[in-house]
Design a protein around this ligand. Structure first.
Ligand SMILES: Cc1cc2nc3c(=O)[nH]c(=O)nc-3n(C[C@H](O)[C@H](O)[C@H](O)COP(=O)(O)OP(=O)(O)OC[C@H]3O[C@@H](n4cnc5c(N)ncnc54)[C@H](O)[C@@H]3O)c2cc1C
Length: 500
C-alpha cells in the first residue's frame, strides 16, 4: 500500500486552486498526491477580487513572483478600504493596512491623539496614517525597508481578477504535479462502517477515491454539508445582507489603491479598480429590496459605464458547525461565508489550507488533529464575524430599516465587550491568532464615530506640548513622503502592466 496520502480536492474556484497549489507547492510529492476535480459546466462563483495583506505571505510561501502574478491577473495594489456613508451619511473614512503615528513614550499614538483631540483642534487621526494619505492621493510605493521609517508603517494587498488568479494557480499546481480532472461529480460514495467519504463518481463513470477530500464545491457544500450532513450555523441575525448583484464597468479614470465600500439603504456597494476594468457590486438584504431594485441602484451608482450584464448571487452569512468532519475538510464557500465587506474570504481559505498543512495528518487523522483544526478555524471565523458586525452596529444612520436594526441588535458578547473597552479608554485587544490587528479596529471604531470617554492615564507622563510637536513633525514627514510617491497607475505601468 502506498505511503503517500491521496488528497482529492473537489472544486476549481479560488478555494480549490489555492488548496491544490498549497498542497503541491508546500508539501513535497513524497508526502501527498493531489487530484482536483472541477466542472466547467457548473462554473465558479466568479467574484472575490479584493484581498488583504496576508495573501502576500501565501504567495511568498509558494514562491510565486509578485510582478508575474500581478500581470497575469490584471492586479492593482490595495492599501485599504474607503468606507463612504457608513458611520453616517456624508462621511468617509479609510481602514488602512497600516498603523497610525508612532508610540510616544511607550504609549499608543492614538491615546496621545485622543488626549489632545478632547480639548483642542487637531488634524483627524487619519492624517497620521501613511496608508490613508497615499490612498487619498492615489499614490503607491512599496513600504520602506527601514522599519522605523514613516513610510514603512503600512502593508499592502491586491485587487485581482479572481478567475485569472484561479487560472494562474491552476498552471502553477499542474506544473507541480496536481492532476486535474474535468467533470461533474454525480455521486459521493461513503464507507458504510465509518461514514468517511470513500470516492467520488464522475458523470463519465470514472471513480476517484482518496484518503482525504477537500470540499471546495462552493455554497452547495456537496461533501461536508450535503453528504456528511454537517449543519450550517446561520449568522444572518447579525449580518443581514443575503444577496449581491455584481457587474463590471470600464476602467476608471481615478485609480486609487483602495477598495471603496459605499453604504446604501439596503446594504453597501463595492468598487474595485483593476487594470483592465472595474469590479462593482451591491450587497443587500433581500428582505428590504428586490433584485431588480438592487440592480437599478447598482447601475445608477457606477462611476463608469457597465460592460457586462448584472449577475445576482444569493448567500447566507454563517459557517458549518465544524470545518473538518471524518476525512472531509470544507474550505472556501463550502465551509462558510461572512459577506465580502472586509475581503476576508480568500484569507479564510488561505488560513484553512495552511492550518491543514501545519497539522498535516497521516493516512488516518488523529481526533486531536481534527479538534485543533476546528478550534482554529472557529476562532478565525468568529473574529472576522465580530469585526464585520462592528461596521454595521456602530452606525448613526436613520434612513432605513436595515441601519436602525443594526444599531439596536444585540451583538455577540465577545464584540460587546470590545466596544465597551474601547469606549472607556480606547483599549484594543491584540490577538495572538487571527484578524484583525489593533490599527484596523481603531480605524473602524473611530471611522464609525465611537470616541472613547477617557484615555489611558499613562499619557500624562508626556507634556501636551511634546505631543503637539510630535504630531506636527509626523504630519509634515508623511505629507512630504506621500508627495514624492508615484501615482498608483504609473507605478503599475512600470512594475506589472497586464498583457506583457
Ligand atoms: C458577492 C460576493 C463578493 C465577494 N467578494 C470577495 C472579495 O472581495 N474578497 C474575498 O476574499 N472574497 C470575496 N468573496 C468570496 C469569494 O468569492 C470566495 O471565497 C472564493 O471565490 C472561493 O469560492 P469557492 O472556490 O469556495 O467556490 P466557487 O467559486 O463556487 O467554486 C466551486 C467549484 O466547485 C465546482 N463544483 C461544484 N459542484 C461540483 C460537482 N458536482 N462536480 C464537479 N465540480 C463541482 C465548481 O465547478 C467550481 O469549480 C465574495 C463572495 C461573494 C458572494
Amino acid at each position: 500500500m502506498s505511503k503517500k496520502i491521496k488528497i482529492v480536492v473537489l472544486g476549481g474556484g479560488t478555494a480549490g486552486w489555492m488548496s491544490a497549489a498549497a498542497l503541491a507547492g508546500v508539501a513535497t510529492d513524497k508526502v501527498c498526491e493531489v487530484v482536483l476535480i472541477e466542472s466547467e459546466e457548473i462554473g465558479t462563483v466568479g467574484v472575490g477580487e479584493a484581498t488583504i495583506p496576508a495573501i502576500r505571505e501565501f504567495n511568498d510561501r509558494l514562491g510565486i513572483p509578485e510582478p508575474e502574478m500581478m500581470r497575469k491577473t490584471h492586479a492593482t495594489f490595495k492599501l485599504g478600504i474607503e468606507f463612504v456613508d457608513w458611520g453616517e451619511r456624508g462621511t468617509s473614512y479609510i481602514h488602512p493596512f497600516g498603523t497610525y503615528g508612532k508610540t510616544i513614550a511607550g504609549t499608543d499614538f492614538h491615546q496621545h491623539w485622543l488626549r489632545l483631540a478632547r480639548a483642542h483642534q487637531v488634524p483627524p487621526l487619519e492624517a497620521f496614517s501613511f496608508a490613508v494619505n497615499a490612498c487619498r492621493a492615489g499614490k503607491f510605493d512599496f513600504p520602506a525597508e527601514n522599519k522605523t521609517a514613516i513610510d514603512a508603517a503600512y502593508s499592502y494587498a491586491y485587487h485581482f481578477d479572481a478567475g485569472l488568479y484561479a487560472r494562474y494557480l491552476r498552471d502553477f499546481s499542474e506544473r507541480k504535479g496536481v492532476k486535474r480532472l474535468e467533470g461533474k461529480v454525480v455521486q459521493v460514495q461513503t464507507s458504510p462502517d465509518s461514514g468517511h467519504v470513500h470516492s467520488l463518481l464522475l458523470e463519465s463513470g470514472e471513480k476517484v477515491s482518496g484518503d482525504y477530500f477537500i470540499d471546495c464545491s462552493g455554497f452547495r457544500s456537496l461533501l461536508l454539508g450535503e453528504t456528511l450532513g454537517v449543519a450550517f450555523e446561520s449568522w444572518k441575525h447579525w449580518l443581514a445582507c443575503d444577496s449581491a448583484v455584481a457587474v463590471a464597468s470600464e476602467r476608471g479614470a481615478f485609480f486609487p489603491p483602495c477598495t471603496r465600500a459605499t453604504a446604501k439603504g439596503a446594504g453597501w456597494q463595492w468598487r474595485i479598480p483593476l487594470q483592465h476594468r472595474t469590479g462593482n457590486g451591491y450587497v443587500y438584504s433581500s428582505d428590504i429590496i428586490s433584485n431588480d431594485e438592487a440592480t437599478v441602484s447598482l447601475l445608477s451608482g457606477l462611476d463608469e459605464p457597465a460592460i457586462t450584464e448584472p449577475r445576482t448571487l444569493r448567500f447566507e452569512a454563517g459557517k458549518r458547525a465544524c470545518a473538518w468532519d471524518k476525512n472531509c475538510i470544507a474550505i472556501g464557500l463550502s465551509g462558510g461565508f461572512l459577506e465580502p465587506l472586509e475581503s476576508t474570504s480568500i484569507y479564510l481559505i488561505q488560513i484553512a489550507i495552511i492550518n491543514f498543512l501545519k497539522l498535516m495528518p497521516g493516512k488516518v487523522a488523529d481526533p486531536r488533529v481534527i479538534r485543533e483544526y476546528n478550534r482554529l478555524i472557529d476562532l478565525e471565523y468568529e473574529r472576522v464575524r465580530d469585526f464585520l458586525i462592528l461596521h454595521y452596529h456602530l452606525n448613526r444612520r436613520d434612513d432605513s430599516v436595515l441601519w436602525r436594526y443594526c444599531q439596536r441588535m444585540a451583538v455577540p458578547d465577545s464584540l460587546r465587550e470590545k466596544i465597551e473597552l474601547f469606549g472607556r479608554r480606547g483599549y484594543i485587544e491584540q490577538y495572538r491568532h487571527g484578524l484583525f490587528a489593533p490599527p484596523s479596529w481603531l480605524g473602524v471604531y473611530m471611522g464609525q464615530g465611537l470616541m472613547p470617554e477617557n484615555v489611558e492615564p499613562l499619557v500624562g507622563v508626556v507634556t501636551e506640548e511634546r505631543v503637539r510637536d510630535e504630531l506636527s513633525s509626523l504630519k509634515t514627514a508623511i505629507d512630504r513622503k506621500v508627495a514624492q510617491m508615484q501615482d498608483h497607475e504609473a507605478f503599475i505601468a512600470g512594475y506589472c502592466p497586464a498583457g506583457t
